[in-house]
Design a protein around this ligand. Structure first.
Ligand code: PRP
Length: 213
C-alpha cells in the first residue's frame, strides 16, 4: 500500500511493468492496446479479489468426493463506459458467477466534470462485492460519480480497479470515499493542464477502440 495514499494498492509485478510500458507506447495499435488492457486487468483483478468470501462446495472427481469451495456471493463488475469495457471483458471471464453492470460517465472536455448518462446494474448488486473498472483515474471525477451512484443503490463493498492513476485522482476519491480501495498498475506523476495523466497512456477509450484524432 502506498504510504501517502492510504487506500491505493499498487500491484507490482514484472509482467505488469512490461505490459504497461507497451500500452504507454504510442506505436502500439488499438488491437494490441485492447489486448494489453485485458491482460493487465487480469493480474490486477487477482489482487483485488484476494479477500472474496468462499463457501463449501462438494464435487465428485472422477475418483471420489471432494470437499471444495466456491465464491459465496456473486461479484458485480461495473465498467465506467466506455473505456472500462476492456477491463470488464477479461475480468468477467476470470470471475465465476460474475455479473456485469454498466455506468455511463464521460468527462466534459472543458469543465473536466463528470456527466452521468447511463446506468444498468443487477437489481441485487448490493448483495455482493462490486468492482468498478476504468483504465484511468485522472481528476477522479468519473470514479467518484460512479461510487456515488453505487452507494445510492445500497452497494457497500466497492473497489476500484484502474491501470494508471494520477495522485490528484487518488486523493479526490479518497477525500470523498475513504473506504474505497484503489487497485492500480501505476501511480503516475501528475495531471497536465488538460487533465491528462502524465506520463500516462493517452485516452484509453480512444486507444482501445481506434477513435479520436
Ligand atoms: C476517461 C476515462 C475515465 C475518465 C477519467 O473517460 O476512461 O472515465 O476519463 O477522468 P477523470 O478521473 O478526470 O474523471 P472519457 O471521458 O474519455 O470517456 P470514454 O471512456 O467514453 O472515452
Amino acid at each position: 500500500m502506498a504510504q501517502s495514499h492510504p487506500q491505493l494498492h499498487l500491484v507490482k509485478h514484472p509482467l505488469v511493468d512490461h505490459l504497461l510500458t507497451e500500452a504507454r507506447d504510442t506505436q502500439t495499435p488499438p488491437d494490441r492496446f485492447a489486448q494489453l488492457v485485458g491482460l493487465i486487468s487480469v493480474i490486477l483483478a487477482c489482487e483485488a479479489t484476494r479477500d472474496l468470501r468462499l463457501k463449501p462446495h462438494r464435487v465428485q472427481t472422477p475418483l471420489t468426493d471432494f470437499d471444495g469451495k466456491q465464491l459465496a456471493a456473486p461479484p458485480t463488475i461495473v465498467p465506467i463506459l466506455r473505456a472500462g469495457l476492456g477491463i470488464a471483458h477479461d475480468m468477467f471471464q476470470l470471475i465465476p458467477g460474475a455479473r456485469m453492470g454498466h455506468i455511463g460517465v464521460y468527462r466534459d472536455e472543458k469543465s473536466l466534470k463528470p456527466v452521468n448518462y447511463y446506468e444498468n446494474l443487477p437489481t441485487d448488486a448490493a448483495a455482493g462485492p462490486v468492482f468498478v473498472v476504468d483504465p484511468m483515474l485522472a481528476t477522479g471525477g468519473s470514479a467518484t460519480a460512479a461510487v456515488d451512484l453505487l452507494l445510492a443503490r445500497q452497494c457497500t463493498d466497492i473497489k476500484l480497479i484502474c491501470l494508471v492513476a494520477a495522485p490528484e485522482g487518488v486523493d479526490a476519491l479518497n477525500a470523498k470515499h475513504p473506504a474505497v480501495p484503489v487497485y492500480a498498475a501505476a501511480l503516475d506523476r501528475n495531471l497536465d493542464s488538460r487533465g491528462f495523466i502524465v506520463p500516462g497512456l493517452g485516452d484509453a477509450g480512444d486507444r482501445q477502440f481506434g477513435t479520436g484524432a
